[in-house]
Design a protein around this ligand. Structure first.
Ligand code: UT7
Length: 325
């Protein structure tokens, strides 16, 4: 069977920084509450004219350069996002046009914070089957556009950004195992109610603030810890590995306390866990994508290392992936 690996990484973060102190001027919160309850110090926000595919294009260009490929070499583009530029066309099609990847087949994947791992899994199968050769997988979000800036329960958590990888056949290493899961019975815990076919946009939906993220954070917290721990154990077992074999865990960055509790449950030292939540908050599908890029660029990932991506989000959905670098 063909081995599929990551041959390039990239990221793009908008310039504007929103600090906890800035948020304390907008809602009844404090720097201290946000840091101790979430681990977040600041997040990035897009400018008025910036959309998801613009961030995706920045990350994609960096990943292509890193992979030493041209846009025309890409034959598959998958963008994982819950905040595409518009309902349709897909963010992937806008991305294709802006980077000139005219030979690519393009579509989006909606799997919230697990979207990056879902998209990697799809790309891996297309490459393994021989259908496509070089896939560009991007996790990109503009969550600031669906955040209720009057709701202190959610507005302190989210940020904007994009991360990208190029996947291709590799001679050694690559993806060892992927584990995905979903539980639609808990869809109500994290959602944007309006703007789809259930509640099309109307004056009423806007007045009731139904186009913003609503979350039952406390309930999700417990499920996130259990699910991410289980996903890590399962994907490692499927790869014939144990937690002690992992060199670096790159978890979804929703809450530092979730990550620390999960690491403790797995018997993992926090030194083996990559964190960037402090700087960016929760960027949904972009969180693990950006974290992977930064971990590689900071020299935290070396050839032969075992890397574990571990994600969880709205759906509910989860996805973990073991890669030998
Ligand atoms: O990415 C997808 C998956 N997402 C997650 O897994 C998120 C999981 N959940 C969480 O990260 C946490 O539950 C939160 C960070 C969202 C909330 O932390 P918490 O420790 O679970 O707080 P809580 O919701 O239980 O609220 C505790 C208190 C409440 O006050 P009372 O009712 O005890 O008086 C809240 O009203 O904290 C209050 N609170 C705030 N206070 C200051 C909630 N948000 C804020 C705030 N500033 N921003």
């Amino acid at each position: 069977m063909k081995k599929v690996g990551i041959i390039g990484v990239g990221k793009c973060l908008p310039k504007k920084v929103l600090t906890n102190a800035d948020l304390a001027k907008m809602v009844d919160t404090s720097d201290e509450w946000i840091i101790t309850r979430t681990g977040i110090k600041e997040r990035r926000l897009v400018a008025k004219n910036e959309a998801t595919s613009d961030l995706a294009a920045g990350a994609a260009k960096m990943a292509l350069e890193n992979a030493c490929l041209e846009p025309v070499d890409i034959d598959l583009i998958i963008v994982a996002t819950v905040t595409p530029d518009m309902s349709f066309p897909s963010a992937a099609c806008f991305l294709q046009n802006s980077i000139g990847a005219k030979n690519a087949v393009c579509f989006d994947v909606s799997a919230a914070c697990a979207g990056f791992v879902y998209a990697i899994s799809i790309a891996q199968q297309f490459i393994t089957s021989g259908a496509y050769k070089n896939a560009l997988v991007v996790g990109a979000e503009v969550l600031s556009g669906v955040t209720d800036w009057k709701d202190r329960n959610t507005c302190v958590l989210f940020g904007d950004g994009a991360g990208a990888v190029v996947l291709s056949e590799v001679k050694s290493g690559g993806i060892l195992s992927i584990y995905l899961g979903s539980d639609g019975s808990k869809a109500d815990l994290l959602k944007i109610s309006a703007g789809g076919s259930r509640h099309p946009a109307s004056h009423e939906t806007v007045d009731n603030r139904l186009h913003y993220i609503k979350m039952q954070g406390n309930e999700l917290f417990k499920i996130a810890v259990t699910t991410m721990s289980h996903a890590a154990q399962t994907v490692l077992k499927n790869a014939g590995l144990e937690c002690k074999d992992v060199d670096l865990v790159i978890p979804h960055q929703a809450n530092l306390r979730i990550i620390m509790t999960m690491a403790k449950k797995l018997g993992l030292s926090m030194e083996k866990v990559y964190l960037n939540i402090e700087r960016y908050g929760n960027m949904s599908s972009a969180s693990t994508a950006v974290a992977l890029c930064e971990a590689v660029n900071e020299g935290r990932v070396k050839r032969g290392d075992i890397i574990l991506l571990d994600t969880f989000g709205a759906g509910l959905v989860w996805g973990a992936c073991v890669i030998k670098w």
